[in-house]
Design a protein. Sequence first.
Lengths: 277, 283
Amino acid sequence: MTIRSSRLTAPACVSARIVERELLAPDIVSVWLRAGRIAETIKPGQFVQIQIPDSRRDVSGAMRSTCPEPFLRRPLSIAQQRGNRIRLVFRVIGQGTARLAASRPGEEWNLLGPLGRPAPALRNRDVILVGGGIGIPPLLFLAERIAGANRVLALLGARNRPDLILRSEFRALRTKLALATDDGSLGRKGLVTDNLQSVVCNLQSELPPVVFACGPRPMLKRVKELTPGIESYAFWEERMGCGTGICYGCAVKRAGSNSYIRFCQEGPVLRLSEIEI
Amino acid sequence: MKLAVRIADVTFPNPILLASGTFGFGLEFPDVVRRLGGIVSKGITRKPRAGNPPPRIWETPGGIINSVGLENPGVDEFVKSILPALRFGRARVLVNVAGDTVDEYAEIIRRIDSDLVAGFELNVSCPNVRQGGIAFGQNPKLVARIVSAARRRTRKLLVTKLTANFVDPVLTARAAADEGSDAVSLINTLLALAFDAQGRPALGARTGGLSGPAIKPFALYCVQRVAQAIRIPVIGGGGIISGADVREFLNAGARLVQIGSVNLVDPYAGIRILEEFRAQLAE
């Protein structure tokens, strides 16, 4: 077990104003926030913890003496960053995300971040991104940062056309793009990993590609199966306590051992070969 | 204004401690630790412990249930690679000690011989381990044996962390005091069970311990009950999220408090709570 702090600086607690809010699908929300220091320092792979706003009190900071409800913050990854703004894209899955979805421009959220370790920096590599459903947003942030210095192929998949979000943003990057939907309403009918299988079967370049995947657990499992010997990473998602490494509440089984990875600290970007799915 | 609190030979700069298991070893946020009275480290066992399978955290109204299961590198690795880093100025470090057997408590303490450590908190109240933990803390005779063995090993501050689960903590507090414990802390977490939306146990370990504001009234009750019954100091905790909560625990008879779950919501909460408490005293 390694005990160390991987962050260069302590995370900031920032009161971030919502400047834009949009529904991308019936249950998928996109929010642009003015997030100051967090926006200026956050890197792909890192995330923020959001205090669920409560209409009963001032949300202008971390100063709070009443019991937050829901109690814990909600971890969200970054979809895009421009100057002092960040974009968060999330699906409404419970009472916390429902409250977040109800927020409107002008309201403020208390953000803690940047948290977690950034994805490894790359140069002059073939990079394959595999995004499933609500796993797509953090790969967009990564793609925007690495597209200039690498050759990026984005494989995106979702249940259906409306759920296949952020397509135009990926197109704007002029990276290669292959789409798949479960119902065939857009792109290949099938799974995003079917496209990955076609790609890895036809690999020719001398230097193998690097794979980054974010999506549901079965998708990550399949990516792991399809990429033996390839440097492949998961943007892991899991129920989290603190997000800052102090509670040991988020644990991912380390492959081939009886120990766990504190993934808010060592991750959330983890080598697929290191974890048991 | 005097905020410092002295227990046995140890002076805490202020009455706010970070509770064991809710702030790691303090190394992620050393500047927070430095401002407070001190930190109680994550529980240390004799051998390394992987901890419980995930999920380890479940949210409930006004709190959380956890079943981390004392994940820690074991006492030898702790002494080698963590202990030397535990320098937080005037803030005091207590090491939380969790044995599988009575003898292990004394053995762990024997191996941690460092001036960086002000004392030890004997964990006889963890709900998330199969051996020891809460089973010890429900039996005053076992508490007495553990405290007695630990007392023989160290002259440093000795705190016994008690449970209020299915035992009257007055009985175990008396046992601890009689064997030389310098203070008791309570109430740790309350045994808890939760199911997910599909009706399965929500935690990988099936059961866990409830903490957070939901347990505060019960914690206050226990603190007052124990403080009125014994002479050694009581360290109180359970759901503290504000300076006003700190004052309530002190009013109930606690000399020091521990803050826990709130650290998960805001790692800087300790500083805010101290400032709120200080402002209240000034009123």
